[in-house]
Design a protein around this ligand. Structure first.
Ligand SMILES: Cc1ncc(COP(=O)(O)O)c(C=O)c1O
Length: 400
């Protein structure tokens, strides 16, 4: 299978000069279908940070099971509305961008399409002040972000992202009341992202004892969160009706979707199936986003050197954040050099079969960050390039 894939990828890209990045459309579509299956009828709001390519956002939103976008910055969301990518965009992270907020309040189409995220009255005040700089501002949609992290031993043990300070139904209801008390704010929804389940694989390679710890934490966290999330939704519902309750991510689609209080899932990484998402027992996606680097020299037996490669993923700095040599099979990074800024040595038996000019195919550890390294994605259909499309970066848009 790997050897067939290698032949197919090399054939499809024979006219290209490396480095370049591709997305295998068949693999991406299969991944999308499997994500939708796991969501069991609940729509997936597409996390744009994990795609960072408008053509593939369009392609995905046209598929069954996907609805709306989960954007990562407000300027991005405003741009996506201008491009008519979607009229239903939730910005997943709070913004302190006053100019973008003022723009949002001044444009009716954007104000109707976009929901911004808040977790404190500081956010509400900032939004209100920015909107007040505009004459006749449009009402703005806001959603409340809830801390979905797991805590044990009175908070001594924590798992999950440190984001929102809102954790209890009482805190959520108080913030909801503060929102509805503002004349030009509308409470549109709620989001609670359980990164400790959705973004942490429960079967990390070569770490069986750690895997057991993660599995135990995730099982407890899922039970705790289901109860707490339902109570928070009920408490906010007493204040105002919610259009949506967003939860989860690629690694938790099935468990999050099973919670009656959740109306939609936020996910995107699973489309590209980057390296970190191989560490889940519950699903197995097909590597869809790849980049190819050329062999530029052969330092000696059992080693080749490729051009570039140092495309590390964000997050805690460890080896799991490095890109992975994928094809031909049988290559690994050199621990002393990792993935280099301009050159990356690769060790292993497959090295001796490679000549200067041959390609080595890699996978990024995370999904959308790959697109910050390449202006274009070549979309492969079968053994040919169907089209070449710009990434966000290729459109001159580096939001983060
Ligand atoms: C708020 C939020 N929702 C969902 C996700 C899941 O996205 P993905 O499935 O693309 O990893 C993330 C990822 O960080 C997130 O921050």
């Amino acid at each position: 299978m790997n050897a067939d894939d290698l032949k197919r990828l090399n054939a499809a890209s024979s006219g290209l000069e490396a480095p370049f990045a591709v997305v295998d459309l068949a693999a991406m579509r299969a991944n999308a279908a499997d994500m939708a299956r796991r969501a069991a009828g609940k729509p997936i709001r597409l996390a744009s940070k994990s795609v960072r390519c408008r053509a593939l956002i369009d392609e995905t939103l046209a598929l069954d099971g996907f609805r709306g976008l989960l954007a990562f910055t407000l300027p991005e969301a405003l741009w996506l509305v201008e491009c008519q990518a979607s009229d239903d965009i939730v910005v997943a992270y709070p913004t302190a961008d006053r100019a973008a907020l003022a723009k949002l309040a001044s444009q009716q189409a954007a104000a109707m399409a976009i929901t911004v995220m808040v977790d404190s009255t500081d956010h509400i005040d900032l939004i209100a002040r920015a909107a007040a700089t505009v004459s006749d501002p449009h009402p703005l949609n806001v959603a409340i972000d809830i801390d979905a992290g797991y805590q044990a031993f009175g908070g001594k043990l924590r798992a999950g992202a440190r984001r929102s300070p809102i954790r209890t139904p009482e805190q959520a209801a108080a913030l909801a009341k503060a929102i509805v008390a503002r004349p030009r704010l509308r409470l549109a929804g709620m989001m609670a992202y359980e990164g400790q389940i959705a973004g942490v694989g429960d079967n990390p390679p070569g770490k069986p004892a750690y895997a057991k710890v993660i599995q135990a934490m995730q099982a407890r966290s899922a039970v705790e969160l289901a109860i707490r999330r339902a109570a928070i939704v009920a408490a906010i519902g007493e204040v105002a009706p919610l259009d949506f309750v967003n939860g989860g991510g690629t690694g938790s689609i099935a468990t999050t979707a099973a919670e009656p209080a959740v109306t939609e899932i936020g996910a995107g990484s699973g489309l590209y199936q980057p390296g970190l998402f191989d560490a889940y027992r519950a699903f197995r996606g097909r590597p869809a986003a790849l980049f190819a680097l050329p062999v530029v020299r052969r330092p000696g037996p059992g080693v080749v050197t490729v051009l570039g490669g140092g495309y590390l993923a964000s997050g805690p700095a460890d080896a799991a954040r490095l890109p992975r040599p994928y094809l031909p099979a049988g290559l690994r990074l050199d621990k002393n050099e990792g993935a280099g800024e301009v050159q990356t040595p690769l060790l292993g038996p497959a090295a001796d079969g490679l000549r200067v000019g041959d390609l080595v195919w890699f996978r990024h550890a995370k999904a959308g960050e790959l697109c910050e390294r390449f202006n274009e994605l070549h979309l492969i259909d079968g053994d040919a390039i169907a089209r070449t499309v710009p990434t966000y970066r290729g459109e001159g848009k580096a939001f983060l």
